[in-house]
Design a binder for this molecule. Structure first.
Ligand SMILES: Cc1cc2nc3c(=O)[nH]c(=O)nc-3n(C[C@H](O)[C@H](O)[C@H](O)COP(=O)(O)OP(=O)(O)OC[C@H]3O[C@@H](n4cnc5c(N)ncnc54)[C@H](O)[C@@H]3O)c2cc1C
Length: 246
């Protein structure tokens, strides 16, 4: 397969039915946290490939945080791979959803829906984010509470960086434990999120990285635009960077 290396699954963690983290051994080229590669499987003699964010930092074993889309072409197979099975991995990581493209700011907000948390896990396991920002506010929105993965690791990171990391989970399907209820966009629009985090989300001090569901990214960008925040572009620096998953 041109441009692809043969990888092997070395571990899998099941968070909930259809929601897993796969660890893969494959010789990919150097990358930075936030980048993605294509993963592929041969199905009916054709390589079916899709893009996946690398959820681990450079130097660590490659991890991917994956969700099954039941009607999808690849994920019903990808999320059933067992340890030892083969997966094609694109050799050259790509993408600009990285801290290198984030302009100076006091606080960074990592806002994810579903598996959009993956690239932020890679960044949080590195060092740059802790050196550059005073507050790192992680926000994870899911439909069902069982899809709130990485909670223990985020709690450990918060303990290791006291006062720097806040972690807020939102469950849109109804209230659950310490998670806020509802959608991320609503919680930003009505001020609940800032109240819960204890930080203002404004153009003076904040940069936001949004990842996952394209509707969340579109709607949240509209809400933030009304507050004077702008999309970040190379030529016109702003406050919002985004990676849409579909
Ligand atoms: C840069 C980038 C990085 C990505 N990283 C990840 C990642 O780390 N983890 C991950 O799970 N996915 C990630 N995706 C999504 C991934 O590439 C696939 O689109 C997804 O896994 C579905 O593939 P499929 O072949 O099963 O479904 P397809 O046959 O390609 O899609 C069927 C339909 O499902 C919808 N769809 C796609 N993804 C989702 C989803 N997550 N939830 C609900 N509906 C969806 C779309 O409308 C699509 O038309 C990323 C996408 C991009 C562009």
């Amino acid at each position: 397969m041109n441009g692809f290396a043969e990888g092997r699954v070395t571990a899998r963690r099941d968070w909930a039915p259809g929601l897993i983290t796969l660890t893969v051994d494959a010789p990919v080229e150097p990358f930075v946290a936030g980048q993605f590669v294509s993963l592929g499987l041969e199905l009916d003699r054709q390589l079916v490939r899709r893009s996946y964010s690398i959820a681990s930092p450079p130097g660590a074993a490659l991890e991917f945080y994956l969700k099954e889309v039941p009607e999808g072409a690849l994920t019903p197979r990808l999320t059933r791979l067992s340890v030892g099975e083969k997966v094609w991995v694109e050799r050259k990581p790509q993408g600009f959803f990285t801290l290198a493209y984030v302009p100076p700011a006091r606080d960074i907000w990592f806002i994810a829906t579903g598996t959009g948390l993956g690239p932020f896990i890679a960044m949080l396991r590195g060092t740059e984010v802790w050196q550059r920002f005073e507050h790192v506010n992680v926000v994870h929105g899911v439909r069902h509470a069982q899809h709130l993965s990485y909670g223990d690791e985020l709690a450990s990171l918060a303990a290791a960086h006291p006062g720097a990391l806040s972690y807020t989970s939102l469950v849109s399907g109804g209230p659950n434990g310490s998670a806020l209820s509802g959608r991320v966009t609503t919680a930003v629009a009505n001020g609940t999120l800032e109240q819960s985090v204890g930080q203002l989300l404004d153009a003076e001090r904040s940069h936001l990285m949004l990842c996952g569901n394209p509707d969340m990214i579109l709607e949240l960008t509209m809400v933030l635009t009304l507050r004077g925040l702008r999309k970040h572009r190379m030529r016109t620096p702003g406050h919002i960077s985004a990676e849409k998953y579909w």
